[in-house]
Design a protein around this ligand. Structure first.
Ligand code: GLV
Ligand code: MN
Ligand code: MN
Length: 411
């Protein structure tokens, strides 16, 4: 086995070990600022130390390892991805990028090699946004772009982001300390599973990402009136679920036929939720993504209009709040070219592709140039326990990342 193969095998074992840290036994769920988040940070911090890095947890709960350069205090290349997961997640989403970053530093450390720039590997604390509905909380703290109004956003149990930070041993007022200065950062590099079927269809292990699509997340609450399922005539009802159903179909209709915008309703809560009661209140989420920000915003406006119209027809009230909004984020052309050359040097045909999924790189693009390496996902499956990337492709990913690190010496 060559050294990349040995490191890839270690990454696969570590992924298994990390995936055992879950809020729910038997499935993988690890949300921001939970006991499991802390345990994951401790384990990854331990691996970072073993790879020769100085390690600390920042004011937002991100775990960071730093491997100094040969000379002076040059700007650092940040390599990162996330350690939080969706509910009943796959184990490669996010974690693979962090562990490949650690593996590459380990390869340098084992041969006593220092580069002309320092490397920092970051395991971001919140990319999925599962707990508070708004995403990239870890990476936005690093860019210094975290809006203080977010501290009052609450999770499903009514715990505010502010309180969750306190429970974790952190302080909302101190989160600014996680922010990095653009002058101290050379660039940001993220390796991630593709989470889609394109590379597999092309028969290639890796690709260079061109841009990360923009996204809007909404929370929509419809208020009607609960009533007896047997006695209230159909024409006199104020059925909140019927309005929500129109909303779900509006999302599908507005995105259908638009190749570049996709929309999803992932959560629907019906109150009171009984077989013989007309739904009095419904809350649902909407997630709309696209590469063109104008197209995406038009779809959001049309969906909002359709929901309001349906509510008016049924004499219901509607409240729409924007949980999260991120513009489409381009990768730096220079980084794309470096990644393409690295893929070719390792022996594969390079290709370029946009990312439909959100990534920490989208937030980090506010701070510095970003580049992303995608690795092939088996059957394109992600956000699903069946998510997988082969050990062979992880080996390719480590080799590609090492080549990128070489080239970044001239950046
Ligand atoms: C994160 O994976 C997202 O794209 O929602
Ligand atoms: Mn994800
Ligand atoms: Mn991810």
């Amino acid at each position: 086995m060559n050294s990349a193969e040995v490191l890839a095998r270690q990454v696969m074992h570590r992924i298994d070990e990390l995936s055992a840290i879950s809020e729910t036994p038997g499935i993988l769920t690890r949300r921001y600022l939970t006991a499991e988040h802390r345990r994951a940070n401790e384990l990854v911090g331990h691996w970072m130390s073993g790879a020769g890095m100085d390690t600390w947890q920042d004011a937002a709960g991100n775990i960071i390892g730093r491997y100094d350069s040969a000379q002076g205090n040059a700007p650092a290349l940040i390599i990162g991805s996330h350690l939080d997961t969706v509910v009943n997640a796959g184990k490669f989403d996010g974690m693979l990028g962090v562990l490949c970053g650690v593996a590459c530093v380990q390869a340098l450390f084992q041969t006593g090699r220092r580069l002309t720039y320092p490397i920092e590997v970051i395991g971001f604390a919140d990319e999925e946004g599962v707990r508070f509905g708004t995403t990239y909380l870890g990476s936005r703290a690093v860019t210094g772009q975290l809006d203080p109004s977010l501290f009052e956003q609450t999770d499903a149990a009514g715990i505010s982001f502010r309180q969750a930070l306190i429970d974790f041993g952190l302080e909302a007022d101190q989160i600014g300390q996680a922010a990095r200065h653009a002058d101290d950062v050379l660039a940001f590099l993220e390796l991630h599973i593709e989470q889609g079927p394109v590379l597999e269809a092309l028969g290639r292990p890796a690709g260079a990402v061109t841009a990360i699509n923009g996204q809007t997340r909404l929370s929509v609450t419809i208020t009607g009136e609960a009533g007896h399922a047997g006695t209230v005539p159909m024409g006199l009802r104020r059925d909140a679920l019927a309005v929500a159903a129109e909303g779900v179909l509006a999302v599908e209709r507005e995105c259908d036929g638009n190749d570049d915008v996709v929309g999803t309703v992932g959560i629907l809560r019906v109150t009171p939720g009984a077989i013989n009661v007309i739904p009095g209140e419904v809350t649902f989420t909407v997630d709309i993504r696209g590469k063109d920000d104008v197209d995406r915003r038009n779809v959001v406006a049309e969906v909002s209009r359709a929901v309001r119209e349906a509510a008016e027809q049924r004499n219901c009230f509607v409240q729409i709040s924007v949980l999260h909004e991120a513009v489409s984020a381009p990768c730096a052309e220079r980084m794309i070219k470096i990644i393409e050359r690295a893929i070719a040097t390792v022996g594969f045909e390079p290709c370029r592709m946009p990312s439909g999924a959100g990534h920490d790189a989208a937030a980090m693009a506010e701070l510095c140039n970003v580049g992303m390496i995608f690795l092939r996902s088996e059957r394109g499956i992600s956000h699903n326990p069946a998510e997988r990337t082969s050990e062979e492709d992880v080996t390719a990913g480590i080799n590609i990342m090492m080549k990128v690190l070489d080239e970044m010496e001239g950046y």
